[in-house]
Ligand binder design. Structure first.
Ligand code: DGJ
Length: 730
């Protein structure tokens, strides 16, 4: 049993971690332990009870003055309870003031995992156990249901919260976070993933200072700038040693992650939807569902944390029929043509792609409406037959005749003002009446909170899937939300629009994945601006970044790998000089970098010299042969691009340790270079491995030698040189 309850002490056990909370004599739900596996001792004895001054006392504790929510570790802290730290809930129950006090009411334990209506959530069968704890306001019929599911093998605990109004009057929610974890200690470090368009998920680690540290997206998408995944780590934690906690938020809209080191040197960590410009009117008998958080602990460094998260997401989050399959090698025309193409040209590229061994051709932006630039056409999801020179169905048939699968680009959530859709339904855009709109990429955002909008988009997309036989959709989103006003909601409910927008996106995605389970969906948001665990529930792969430069991708993919399985990383080879940063890298290096997940090409294959085409054939053969490693192997970050100026290296090892592939990309050159060694991981000490480098036999070595002694790396022969190792146990 992974959940035990004794005297209102709730102990959640995973294989290697323990999480505990306790409803105390005053019915406050305290948090008492999260860390390496231990027994079910009541750990509340560790809590210091003292009068720390200027910390309020709840009714019944005012005389002793040693009991204050201002420093007690809690599961779901609330504004107005005398706790002045960051909190999960701000709720006005009718007085006009947020003064809720949540007290333990009841609990239940059951087998299996909870799900959340309308929101992504990890799934599991009987191997999971769930604890539900109900808290109730001290005075009002206002409840919070805390949900915890334990995935024992994965060392994962998922959490969500449901706010229930059983009063006779509405409540106004001003902040609802999903999870709080209180640590009775200071000195934790925060590892997070910041970025920008074309530079997503850069790993940054720093000690938490006293006060509040905040990572936030207010953009309506999880964003390029911050990722809704973060790690708390004890100092000196490395890839292979030390205690660290990963927290992934399964949500694709604005979010807020906060850490606070308080006056008593304790650390509080909270994740939830963005509360900036948020408010939600909760009518009597209504519930509000706060999205899920996935927590995972490792006592042996970041590598182990990533392995557990990759496994957990692969087995309990990604649902697609494609999830365990080799992803098609894609040729996408975006960087080959941008908007400037016709049907003949598209078929020309597809023809070449088929000859080289590509599996799928993807027609990117510009095939629909009046869309010859990014100033028009969004929303008009019917083919521009004049531009294509044929119907979409005919084009699809021609692509299929070449032996390729066919995919299409969509940007469903957006509308151009110069479009038939906008002319017909200007009220479908999120614009504030009487005010100038903020445009992004010259486009407006559709009001996805409306069912008529979702229905329209479903009809367009499903019509095309049915009539034009497409096997893949790239689901893009190319701007952030600004002032988000829905014409269907009253002014006091406009604070709900951003969250309702995300719920609408999920509703549309859910309909599509339910009705077309065989469709491969690739998420995208100007590259990796919506790369989050919420999206993975619908899309088994995500376009990692609009930056296709192999060297910059090293950092982006390294950061992405901390939480997200490599099978989800969509990476393509593009032309050189690179279109984003003008760097020239060898084709071989571009291939090695792109073979970390879902592989493809983003260039005009017709323009490649013959010898490059021959090399492309070899790359594709290599990917197809070793895809199980590149997509599903255990991923090892061997040499960090953030720490080593000279080279970056990574490895994929098979679960049974009988096979592995490692790659090295040189990022600097030196005259008279010193020896460099690469120590492999994840092998079996005793097994003998036949080692090849770029196809050349290097001999047979024990796993012990390769992991402890390592490999002597070759000296690079050109800028951004690279090599790829393959090992197989004899
Ligand atoms: C942004 C995407 O990330 C690109 O790959 C491409 O699809 C463009 N949008 C098309 O507008």
């Amino acid at each position: 049993m992974s959940i035990s309850v004794k005297n209102n002490v709730f102990t959640l056990q995973t294989k290697n971690s323990t999480y505990q909370m306790k409803a105390d004599e005053r019915r406050i739900l305290l948090h008492t332990y999260y860390g390496e596996k231990t027994d079910d001792t009541d750990y509340s004895y560790l809590i210091q009870m003292a009068d720390h001054g200027f910390s309020g006392n709840i009714a019944g504790t005012e005389n002793e003055r040693v009991y204050s929510l201002d420093y007690l570790p809690q599961e779901f802290p609330v504004l107005g309870s005398g706790d002045y730290r960051i909190h999960c809930l701000e709720a006005d129950l009718g007085s006009g003031v947020c003064d809720c006090l949540l007290l333990f009411d009841s609990y239940k334990v059951y087998d299996g995992k909870y799900s959340i209506p309308g929101l992504p959530a990890m799934f599991a069968g009987e191997e999971a156990q769930t604890l539900e704890i109900v808290l109730k306001d001290g005075k009002e019929e206002f409840y919070v249901r805390l949900l915890y599911s334990v995935l024992e093998e994965e060392d994962v605990i998922t959490r969500a919260a449901v706010i229930e109004n059983r009063m006779e009057n509405p409540a106004v929610l001003k902040k609802v976070s999903s999870a709080c974890t209180d640590f009775m200690e200071n000195g934790l470090e925060l590892l997070h993933f910041y970025g920008k368009h074309t530079g997503e998920r850069q790993a940054e680690r720093s000690p938490l200072a006293h006060g509040i540290t905040e990572l936030r997206s207010t953009r309506g998408a999880s964003s390029h700038q911050h990722n809704p995944f973060a790690v708390l780590a004890k100092p000196h934690t490395t890839e292979q040693n030390g205690v660290c906690y990963g927290f992934a938020f399964l949500y694709s809209g604005g979010f807020c992650i906060q850490a606070e080191v308080d006056q008593m040197d304790q650390t509080r960590f909270i994740l939830g939807i963005d509360d900036q410009d948020f408010s939600w009117v909760l009518q009597p008998q209504e519930s509000f569902y706060a999205p899920e958080v996935c927590m995972c602990m490792s006592g042996s460094g970041f590598e182990n944390l990533s392995h557990k998260l990759h496994r957990a997401f692969q087995d309990h989050l990604i649902r697609s029929e494609w999830k365990d399959r080799r992803r098609p090698v894609i040729a996408n025309n975006w960087e080959a043509t941008y908007f400037d193409f016709d049907g003949k040209e598209i078929l020309g590229i597809a023809e070449e792609a088929a000859k080289l061994g590509v599996d799928m051709f993807v027609l990117d932006d510009g095939w629909f409406g009046k869309r010859n630039s990014d100033y028009s056409g969004l929303g008009d999801w019917y083919a521009n037959e004049e531009k294509l020179g044929c119907t979409l169905g005919e084009l699809s048939e021609e692509v299929h005749k070449k032996g390729l699968l066919f995919g299409l680009w969509f940007e469903p959530e957006m509308v151009s003002e110069d479009s038939d859709l906008y002319r017909e339904h200007p009220d479908w855009a999120l614009t504030v009446p009487g005010r100038d709109s903020i445009r992004g990429r010259s486009q407006l955002v559709l009001d996805m909170s409306r069912d008529d909008v979702v229905d329209y988009l479903y009809r367009c997309i499903s019509g095309i899937i049915d009539n034009s036989k497409i096997e893949y959709i790239k689901w893009d989103m190319n701007r952030s939300l600004a002032a988000a006003y829905s014409k269907l909601l009253s002014p006091e409910r406009q604070g709900e629009v951003r969250h309702r927008f995300v719920l609408g996106v999920y509703k549309l995605l859910e309909r599509i994945v339910t009705d077309y389970p065989q469709l491969l969906l690739e998420g995208c948001c100007g590259g990796g601006g919506r790369y989050d665990a919420g999206m993975l529930y619908y899309c088994p792969q995500i376009w990692c970044s609009d930056n296709t430069d192999a060297v910059e991708r090293l950092r982006i993919q390294y950061g992405t790998s901390f939480a997200y399985p490599m099978s989800t990383v969509s990476a393509h080879i593009s032309a050189c000089p690179n279109e984003q940063n003008f760097r020239t890298t060898p084709l071989k290096t571009r291939g090695i970098c792109a073979m970390q997940g879902a592989f493809g090409y983003e260039l005009d294959l017709r323009l490649m010299p013959e010898e490059e085409k021959e090399f492309v054939k070899e790359q594709i053969t290599c990917f197809k042969k070793h895809y199980r490693l590149f997509q599903f192997g255990k991923y090892y970050r061997l040499v960090s691009p953030y720490e080593n100026k000279n080279h970056t290296a990574w490895e994929f090892a098979a679960e049974d340790r009988k096979e592995a592939s490692a790659a090295v990309v040189y990022t600097d050159l030196h005259a008279n270079p010193k020896a460099e060694y690469l120590k492999l991981r994840g092998l079996s000490e005793e097994l003998y491995y036949r080692l090849t480098r770029d196809g050349e036999e290097l001999g047979t070595f024990t796993g012990a030698a390769l992991m402890n002694g390592g490999i002597l790396l070759p000296v690079p022969k050109e800028n951004y040189d690279s090599c790829q190792y393959y090992l197989k146990a004899e």
